[in-house]
Ligand binder design. Structure first.
Ligand SMILES: [Zn+2]
Length: 90
């Protein structure tokens, strides 16, 4: 198994959050307990791969124990808001 480089970048973290549900190569839906392999393909394209596709990674940045989010994921068009008192806002 390829060694993890642990060279996280902000772009790679965003890529993970936007693609976390499925393997970006074969489309397999991750389920609790799967391993998700995050890294780069040849040509430096970011990828999040399942166990079967993982050998395709040129660089493995990190492997995650895949689990469901503990909160409801907001949709891209959702408005985020919260109440706070004026003193805290200031
Ligand atoms: Zn796959």
């Amino acid at each position: 198994m390829q060694k993890m480089t642990l060279k996280h970048t902000k772009e790679l973290d965003i890529f993970f959050n936007e693609h976390r549900r499925n393997c970006t190569n074969c489309g397999k839906t991750f389920v609790e307990g799967d391993t998700a392999h995050l890294g780069y393909m040849k040509g430096r394209d970011a990828a999040l791969l399942c166990d079967d596709c993982a050998p395709m990674l040129e660089e493995t940045v990190v492997r995650y124990y895949w689990q469901e989010l503990e909160y409801e994921e907001p949709l891209p068009d959702d408005k985020l808001w919260r109440y706070m008192d004026l003193a805290k806002f200031v």
